[in-house]
Design a protein around this ligand. Structure first.
Ligand SMILES: Cc1ncc(COP(=O)(O)O)c(C=O)c1O
Length: 386
């Protein structure tokens, strides 16, 4: 019998029934009070999630990358200089995007898996000022949560705009747009919020609006000023036909998220992350990347000696229908990744760890059966104070 796959990859994440039902219900016409009410609620929840009282939050019809591209289009002119600390696949996407629009990209390069050092960024900006620093909070390719608060501080001190990719972190780890001095933050509907892909969530500060007013990069579909004009209508709208069904689903997803609230969601992510990490360690596996205590979104695990990480990911999917993510770039074949942000329960994680134990055993790795599950159960019991 064909069963739905169990997604334990870093997005898209499993979609709760309430969200599926909302996005499968009749379309709300996108001009008028019904859609306006959806947009108002979604924007207001996101404003709370971004922890901002000053930024505008725009809802672009796009996956996360379109939101990132919109930041490059709206804030810059060809020849502007930006700084991008490179420590993984998605930081490099910033570099590629910026170069595609004729920006001059200055970098400091780290090994994948490293934490970006604020001192390095401060030194680079002191030596050569730039218009903006482009950061990635959750470097999904390595599992590392970068120290955005500290990095934003050194960028602010140097007078640079702070533009952050929070696609795989918004809702899963702490973030504070206003307090940290962020200018643009780009999230996505399909990650920790567990809606379908299709809407980019872009928060924009006054400083970023000022930059946009004089920036000359070409833009049309993602022109923030047009989005803002339509969002300010008495019944808020998108300028173009939006992904209405995704918006209906995103509304349900945020409603669910805020039933427990931000703090509870962050605690849940911390606990599930610890469960995965302790489970993997109980199997004798090595975890990859710096700052493991803070890395609540994705766990990158080194394949044991003699096993290929892609073979593990392929086998667990073929045998158990569990989707893990392979290593990217230089980590291909060396690590596999478990995503644990989004609408996951403890049982979802235990199921994934049980499948991992069985898969490693089938591939000839000496597993102590039940060890990962037992270790994760211990974490969950501790978290409940049991
Ligand atoms: C950190 C990060 N940035 C950007 C993206 C790209 O988002 P999308 O695939 O929604 O365009 C992803 C997707 O995995 C991501 O994890």
């Amino acid at each position: 019998m064909d069963r739905p796959e169990i997604i334990l990859a870093p997005g898209p994440t499993p979609i709760p029934t309430e969200v599926l039902q909302a996005q499968g219900s009749p379309l709300v016409y996108h001009r008028g009070p019904g859609f306006g009410a959806l947009m108002r609620d979604v924007t207001s929840w996101l404003t709370e999630l971004y922890r901002t009282s000053s930024a505008d939050v725009l809802l672009l019809t796009s996956s996360g990358t379109g939101g990132l591209e919109s930041a490059i289009q709206n804030c810059f002119s060809p020849g502007d200089e930006v700084f991008v600390p490179l420590a993984g696949f998605f930081a490099d996407r910033w570099r590629q995007l910026a170069e595609a629009y004729g920006l001059v990209v200055r970098t400091v390069e780290y090994e994948w898996g490293a934490l970006v050092r604020p001192d390095d960024v401060a030194a680079a900006l002191a030596e050569h000022p730039v218009k903006a620093v482009l950061l990635t909070q959750s470097e999904t390719s390595t599992g590392v949560i970068q120290p955005i608060e500290e990095l934003a501080r050194v960028a602010n001190d140097a007078g640079a705009l702070v533009i952050v990719d929070v696609v795989s972190s918004l809702g899963a780890v702490p973030f504070a747009f206003d307090d940290w001095g962020i200018d643009v933050a780009v999230g996505g509907s399909q990650k920790a919020l567990s809606a379908s892909p299709g809407i980019a969530l872009v928060a924009i500060s006054e400083r970023a609006w000022n930059a946009a007013a004089s920036a000359t990069n070409p833009r049309f579909y993602f022109d923030w000023a047009i989005y803002r004009r339509f969002a300010a209508l008495p019944d808020p709208e998108n300028p173009w036909t939006p992904a209405i069904s995704v918006m209906q689903g995103l509304h349900a997803a945020l409603e669910l998220y805020f039933q427990d609230g931000i703090e509870a969601a962050l605690r849940r992510h911390a606990t599930l992350s610890r469960g995965v990490k302790e489970g993997a360690k109980a199997l004798g596996l090595d975890l990859f990347g710096e700052g493991l205590e803070q890395n609540w979104t994705v766990t990158a695990i080194r394949a044991p000696e003699g096993l290929d990480a892609d073979a593990i990911a392929n086998r667990i999917r073929a045998d158990h229908g569990v989707v893990l993510a392979p290593g990217q770039g230089p980590l291909k074949g060396k690590v596999f990744r478990i995503g644990h942000f989004g609408y996951f329960s403890e049982l979802d994680i235990l199921r994934g760890l049980a499948a991992l134990e069985m898969t490693l055993g089938a591939l000839g790795y000496p597993v102590k059966r039940g060890a990962a599950v037992a270790a994760a159960e211990g974490v969950f019991a501790d978290a409940q104070g049991a």
